[in-house]
Ligand binder design. Structure first.
Ligand code: SF4
Length: 465
């Protein structure tokens, strides 16, 4: 297919922000499995070395400081299983199924608070899942009250929730807003009926629009749509139409994720019709369509795969090179320590990553015994901390200053970066490294130069594009 012609025929060409040209050869070279760097060190490096004892020590260490925290709460339940889903979810029909789990969350928060001592102020709260609005209104109020009675929520805190428009009611939204939630992210993925059928997720544009309108009217800010490219049956034409409809609705932000097809890790993905999966340049073409349409409509590209209106705080933070990122996504208020509660939840606190068990029953049993449910993680060495800062800078702000001793500390990395400079992916000016527009498409590959663990772990990551 001639991709440039395909774009012109869909009217998406033009605009000052033209998507960089990617040659077949460059794509073949760089479209390899590479981490997304939501953490560094990345999850395959984690071990059982971090269990309940090490996590308890990390919390106690964090409690010695006096800075706001981020709190992540994981709600693993969904009413139905979407066949493309890559999350850890439990399928249940009735919200009452979540009652014992909520009781466990409260017990875990008590244990965590005991260890944190007086360090309790929160600059960021994020409820993710699964589907947090699987909870009914009584349960939502109960959980939020439990948080606010244990922690001090700062007046300008970012209080965010992920919702699924298919199962969220207007009165749930009203309650969330009344409780203090002020940011909202909704799953959309794709609006084309054939694609929705292929991924077992039927959600009409009217449902999406109604939820967006209601959220706006209630005063939520930073309203985000999650979209996915590379799904079965997506074509340039169908995807252009989806993006057009999204732009008509005009969310404040959009995350345009590459579909990670990992059926060996997520067996539910075996239900997907793989013959229709866009790959290679065809998949990149879909991202290009989104990129050109969003930038033409005035959105700014944020980090690797997000777009935000210029007046959105993410855009402004990126302009100032102060954007940060944690497991919950890009943020301007992410705290230095993230405490996460719930099944499979990942804390980043007191110099360790610590992840709870994936099993709801093991989680419930551990907290019922008064124990933490940590199953694995990694302590960060001094070298990890330095490399994490560099990788975060590259991923968020497309720029890093490696400091005055760059040539001694990062001689190998600089030499590989100079090779990438030859491909047009970065510019290297003394210790300053800037990712070019072409390099932004492959920013994971650029960041991976600083990954001290990349060899020897079998590269269990999704592909770069
Ligand atoms: S609603 Fe979201 S979390 Fe739940 S199964 Fe679908 S994609 Fe996964």
């Amino acid at each position: 297919m001639d991709h440039a012609i395909a774009l012109e025929t869909q009217g998406l060409r033009a605009g000052p922000n033209e998507f960089p040209k990617v040659s077949d050869a460059l794509l073949r070279k760089l479209d390899v499995p590479v981490p997304r760097y939501t953490s560094y060190p990345t999850a395959p490096v984690w071990t059982e070395e971090i269990g309940p004892g090490a996590y308890a020590s990390a919390l106690a260490r964090a409690g010695q400081k006096d800075a706001p925290l981020s709190l992540y709460v994981h709600i693993p339940f969904c009413k139905e299983r979407c066949s493309f889903c890559g999350c850890n979810v439990a399928i249940a029909r009735s919200s009452s199924t979540a009652d014992p789990y909520l009781a466990s969350l409260l017990r875990e928060m008590d244990a965590v608070c005991d260890l944190l001592g007086s360090r309790r102020s929160l600059s960021q709260i994020h409820w993710g899942g699964g589907t947090p609005t699987f909870l009914d209104e009584r349960q939502i109020a109960q959980l939020f009250t439990a948080i606010s009675s244990r922690f001090g929520i700062l007046p300008d805190a970012e209080v965010a929730v992920e919702i699924d428009p298919k199962v969220t009611s207007r009165s749930q939204l009203e309650l969330l807003r009344a409780l203090g939630f002020n940011r909202l992210s909704m799953g959309v993925q794709d609006l084309d009926p054939a694609v929705q059928e292929a991924i077992s997720r039927i959600q009409t544009p009217e449902e999406t629009r109604a939820m967006l309108d209601a959220a706006r009217e209630l005063g939520f800010r930073g309203i985000n749509f999650d979209l996915i490219y590379g799904l079965p049956r997506q074509t340039p034409r169908s995807w252009s139409r989806t993006i057009e409809q999204v732009l008509e609705m005009g969310p404040d932000r959009a995350a345009v994720y590459a579909f990670a097809h990992v059926p060996d890790v997520r067996p539910n993905q075996k239900r997907l019709p793989t013959v229709d999966l866009p790959r290679g340049l065809d998949k990149l073409q879909l991202f290009r369509i989104a990129w050109e349409a969003f930038t033409k409509a005035g959105y700014r590209p944020i980090g690797m795969d997000h777009f935000a209106r210029p007046d959105d705080e993410l855009s402004q933070a990126q302009s100032r090179r102060t954007l940060t990122r944690n497991f919950q996504g890009y943020s301007v208020r992410a705290a230095s320590d993230v405490v996460a509660v719930g099944v499979s939840a990942i804390s980043d606190v007191g110099g360790v990553y610590a992840q709870n068990t994936h099993s709801i029953s093991r989680y419930g049993s551990a907290v019922a015994r008064g124990e933490l449910a940590t199953e694995r993680g990694v302590p960060l060495s001094a070298d990890d901390v330095v490399r994490r800062r560099i990788i975060t800078q590259i991923m968020c702000n497309f720029f890093v200053d490696l400091g005055p001793s760059a040539e001694e500390e990062f001689a190998g990395e600089l030499s590989r970066l100079r090779e990438l400079a030859g491909e047009g992916l970065v510019t290297v000016n003394g210790p300053e490294v800037e990712v070019t527009p072409l390099g932004r498409i492959f920013v994971r590959n650029v960041a991976s130069i600083f990954d001290g663990y990349l060899t020897g772990h079998g590269r269990p990551f999704s592909r770069a594009v």
